[in-house]
Write a protein that binds this ligand. Structure first.
Ligand SMILES: NC(=O)c1ccc[n+]([C@@H]2O[C@H](COP(=O)([O-])OP(=O)(O)OC[C@H]3O[C@@H](n4cnc5c(N)ncnc54)[C@H](OP(=O)(O)O)[C@@H]3O)[C@@H](O)[C@H]2O)c1
Length: 288
């Protein structure tokens, strides 16, 4: 069985190591973190691993340190006596293959392996990992081996082109996955203004949120769009803006920015009148 070392056995590192261990994909070896306490906690969670052991004896080294630490951690790794053919992978979304520069010239194979999932709680993440997409970017032999490993723990993989702009790639995920909770929070704050508790707010919006998300995933954003903007109803949008701005200018500005983008999406859908959509664009254009 191939041997896996984790540098940075935090939320992502320990979750993946536990999955690989439980599925018998890799033998878990060194768990390297800044504090021995973190590595020991990870070893207990994974059920295997050597606290701050030597990563150089592994066949695959997975770097899951915070992004600002990655370049230095790779520079330190380059000084180790790495075996020829060792696969070095990192799990960052925002950083790409360029961070492997300190390893240039060494006989190792590098790839980015970004699991597109929110790993807030490792115990939960282990149970919900199946079906997660991990994007790969790097040399083909490393991507091939990682694809097999992720498939063995129920994951999916997609190889990104060598010249993928990681900043934009990452921004796309942030748009969808991180800004959705912010939208829900804005809705709950607005509900609170009419005396609805967070609990009632979530009870009201839960079914329509789930249904809309399913429709977006099945049919695409334009086809799934409904509501006043999609109907070109500028009068309703104007009243919403007036009321929201009276409560909180930031909430009004957020609604306006989204309504403007939704007007563009509605134009693509083609059901609203052009006049209505132009009026919405006018209403929602920031006044300088
Ligand atoms: N969390 C997510 O949802 C998620 C999703 C996809 C990708 N990612 C990416 O995965 C990577 C790890 O994220 P995370 O959320 O798992 O971070 P995390 O929970 O904060 O864990 C980071 C780990 O790295 C260790 N560490 C920090 N600096 C180190 C260094 N210089 N050398 C060795 N170990 C070091 C920490 O140990 P100490 O406690 O000892 O400092 C900790 O074990 C990041 O690149 C992140 O962008 C995160």
């Amino acid at each position: 069985m191939k041997r896996l070392a984790i540098i940075g056995p935090g939320k992502v590192g320990r979750t993946l190591a536990r999955l690989f261990h439980d599925a018998g994909v890799f033998e878990i070896r060194a768990l390297v973190s800044r504090s021995a306490e973190t590595a020991a906690e990870a070893a207990a969670f994974i059920g295997a691993g050597q606290v701050n052991g030597d990563p150089a004896d592994a066949d695959i080294i997975l770097m899951a340190v915070p992004d600002p630490e990655l370049a230095q951690a790779l520079a330190r790794l380059a000084l180790c006596d790495l075996k020829p053919g060792t696969i070095i992978a990192h799990t960052s979304g925002a950083l790409g293959p360029e961070v492997f520069a300190p390893l240039a010239g060494l006989p190792v194979r590098c790839a980015c392996a970004h699991p597109v999932k929110a790993f807030s709680d490792p115990a939960r993440s282990v149970g919900t990992f199946a079906g997660t997409m991990t994007t790969l970017q790097g040399v083909t032999p490393a991507c091939d081996e990682l694809r097999e490993a992720f498939a063995a723990i129920g994951g999916k993989t997609l190889v990104l082109a060598d010249d993928t702009d990681r900043t934009l790639y990452h921004a796309a995920i942030v748009f969808m996955a991180n800004h959705l909770p912010t939208l829900v929070q804005a809705g709950l704050e607005t509900f609170e203004q009419v005396g609805l508790s967070r609990e009632d707010g979530l009870a009201i919006s839960g079914p329509i949120l789930r249904d809309t998300l399913e429709a977006v995933l099945e049919r695409g954003p334009a086809a799934a769009l409904t509501g006043p903007v999609a109907r070109g109803d500028a009068e309703t949008v104007s009243r919403h803006l007036e009321s929201l701005n009276a409560i909180d200018g930031d909430l009004g500005a957020l609604y306006a920015a989204l309504a403007r983008a939704t007007a563009d999406l509605s134009a693509e859908k083609g059901e609203a009148s052009v006049e209505g959509l132009l009026a919405i664009r006018e209403l929602t254009t920031p006044k300088t």
